[in-house]
Design a protein around this ligand. Structure first.
Ligand code: ZN
Length: 213
């Protein structure tokens, strides 16, 4: 009881660690590594390889940055800014009827659903995923051709960028481009960039698929 607050704090931390790991062996083992206890408390998780989804040369650099932030849920959405006293409300810049969080903005808002659906149909896919990471992971599994996979990554990255751009346009300019306009812009950007970077290594079927887009 007479110990300082620091010693009490350390005792509480020891107790919490023991309860969390369900054992006190970490206190008595000959060697102790903070790293091992950290891993024990964190638990095992699947490693998510974000980099290959985003840092793809077929994606435009500005698209990559926005997609990278969106994947980590670090975009400054209204739902994030409003509690800090920034903005007049926390509602979605595109539909104005739901809190503007990343999950809503990119996967639940009607504008985004319409854009994603049109773009996926353009690529010849019939799928729906409720998060960016699961969509990327689906593409990685589904597209066996490396070229097709990279083009699809670039398209998804473009979709994220243009939805964010449409949201910004709504907030700052008071106008939202039509879904058709946004879809055409994504298609143009990806086709234009990939055409310039396309290598000679792609197969005839891949070239035919790209030409048909
Ligand atoms: Zn919305």
């Amino acid at each position: 009881m007479a110990a300082s607050w620091a010693v009490k704090y350390i005792c509480r931390a020891k107790q919490a660690c023991t309860e969390f790991t369900g054992s006190s062996t970490w206190l008595t083992s000959a060697k102790y590594y903070i790293k091992d206890n950290y891993k024990l408390m964190r638990g095992s998780r699947d490693k998510i390889r974000w980099n290959m989804f985003v840092w793809n040369r077929f994606s435009m650099p500005k698209h990559r940055i926005i997609c990278w932030l969106a994947l980590q849920d670090r975009l400054k959405t209204k739902a994030r800014l409003f509690p800090l006293g920034i903005g007049v409300d926390n509602l979605c810049g595109l539909c104005g009827s739901h809190p503007e969080i990343g999950a809503h903005l990119f996967f639940e808002c009607k504008y985004s659903i319409d854009c994603c659906t049109a773009i996926m149909h353009w690529l010849g896919f019939r799928t729906y995923r409720s998060s960016l990471i699961s969509l990327f992971q689906w593409v990685r599994r589904y597209c066996t051709s490396g070229f097709k996979r990279k083009v699809t990554y670039a398209v998804i990255t473009g979709v994220v960028y243009f939805i964010w751009k449409a949201r910004n346009s709504s907030i700052w300019k008071g106008s939202v481009p039509t879904v058709k306009h946004t879809v055409q812009h994504i298609q143009f950007c990806v086709k234009n960039r990939v055409s310039k970077l396309i290598g000679k290594k792609i197969s005839t079927s891949e070239a035919h698929w790209f030409a048909s887009l």
